[in-house]
Ligand binder design. Structure first.
Ligand code: HEC
Ligand code: HEC
Ligand code: HEC
Ligand code: HEC
Length: 262
């Protein structure tokens, strides 16, 4: 008899310590929230989190907040706007996203599993040294993050390859290198062989200039190639009337070396 009472007491004690939710009829997230999109999916399908607890902090573990959850809605205009920004900003010069793009920096299709939306937003607002600062306003950052999550939710499982890891700690600024010597005072570039080159953002970041993902801004909507770059270096103002960059004279050898770097 005494034993039964103490077992019951322990049982009740356990119930109490796990929180009042079980014996009150715990309904998970909807204990605290008014459900929405109930016919589409469950809360955690769209927001992640942990429905088996009544404690906010644990329930919100790895939560995808409202503004970053737009990608869970079919045909979301937020995602479409984000995709347009990815196209016009040339993010794919360096990143793969939506299974397309250069692998000069991390594969954004792996983001859904690996990175919280807030961290993605932070990486865009405070970019790494070889990523350009686009000075996006907050709504555009939210659009971009939704577009990244959208394609990574689709492609994450198929992109098992790990993105390139760039070693920033190496001091390559003094290396005898045509890019560093002639372009590095104004431009940066990420390269397959040498990692990041150049020291300044006065001119655009030239990563992926000869790939399909770079801006088609040579002249008349044309993409860049080595002949066009040669023309540009000879006199930028022949290409764009008010170019700020001055002509640069390179020997044939230097030019070949430069092309090889890209
Ligand atoms: C014990 C109460 C409680 C539970 C359980 C709970 N939440 Fe919340 N939730 C809150 C409160 C309070 C806020 C507003 C303050 C905050 O963001 O922490 C909130 C905010 C949110 C937001 C909005 C955040 C934003 O800024 O967009 C989302 C989304 C959310 N909760 C999802 C969930 C999901 C999904 C679950 C279940 C896995 C859950 N919550 C469980 C109390 C709770
Ligand atoms: C189909 C995906 C989907 C499901 C399922 C879903 N949400 Fe949301 N949730 C969103 C989206 C998208 C937003 C952003 C605002 C909007 O579009 O309504 C959002 C916003 C929120 C917010 C922020 C407040 C607001 O209205 O902006 C909270 C809190 C929240 N959801 C909680 C929940 C909870 C709790 C559940 C489960 C009962 C749930 N959601 C189920 C997609 C979903
Ligand atoms: C010139 C190259 C370059 C361009 C262009 C570029 N990035 Fe990046 N990005 C980087 C580098 C370098 C890093 C930091 C190292 C890494 O994550 O590979 C980075 C990191 C990120 C991260 C963090 C990734 C993570 O998993 O933590 C996000 C998110 C991101 N970039 C988004 C963007 C978006 C969105 C655009 C276009 C608007 C863009 N980047 C354009 C080079 C670039
Ligand atoms: C003194 C600074 C400076 C140096 C050195 C410099 N550039 Fe530039 N470059 C610029 C600026 C500024 C722009 C932006 C366009 C303009 O001229 O208005 C630019 C634009 C470009 C562009 C056009 C890219 C685009 O997307 O618009 C290319 C290509 C380019 N530079 C290549 C090079 C190469 C290759 C070298 C080295 C051989 C080099 N630049 C050296 C300042 C410089």
């Amino acid at each position: 008899m005494g034993l039964r009472v103490s077992i019951l007491a322990i049982f009740l004690g356990l119930l109490w310590s796990t929180g009042p939710y079980f014996y009150k009829g715990h309904k998970g997230c909807s204990d605290c929230h008014i459900p929405h999109y109930e016919s589409e999916a469950s809360c955690v399908d769209c927001h992640r989190g942990n429905p088996g607890t009544g404690r906010t902090q644990i329930a919100h573990y790895q939560l995808i907040k409202g503004k970053y959850a737009c990608f869970t809605i079919l045909e979301s205009p937020v995602v479409k706007a984000g995709q347009r920004l990815i196209d016009t900003s040339g993010c794919r010069r360096c990143h793969e996203t939506g299974h397309q793009g250069n692998r000069m920096a991390s594969n954004l299709d792996a983001s859904f599993d690996e990175t919280l939306p807030e961290a993605l937003a932070d990486a865009i607002i405070n970019p790494a040294i070889f990523m350009p600062n686009f000075y996006f306003k907050e709504t555009d950052v939210t659009r971009l993050v939704n577009a990244i999550l959208d394609s990574s939710a689709v492609y994450a499982s198929t992109s098992s390859e790990i993105g390139r890891i760039i070693h920033f700690e190496e001091d390559i600024t003094d290396r005898d290198n045509t890019f560093n010597k002639n372009c590095g005072s104004c431009h940066r570039v990420l390269t397959q062989q040498l990692g990041g080159l150049g020291q300044s953002d006065i001119g655009p970041n030239l990563t992926g200039i000869f790939t399909e993902f770079y801006y088609k801004n040579f002249r008349d909507g044309n993409s860049w190639n080595s002949n066009r770059l040669k023309q540009w270096l000879k006199n930028p103002r022949d290409i764009r009337a008010n170019a700020q960059m001055l002509p640069i004279t390179l020997t044939e050898d230097e030019f070949r070396h430069l092309i090889h770097t890209f």
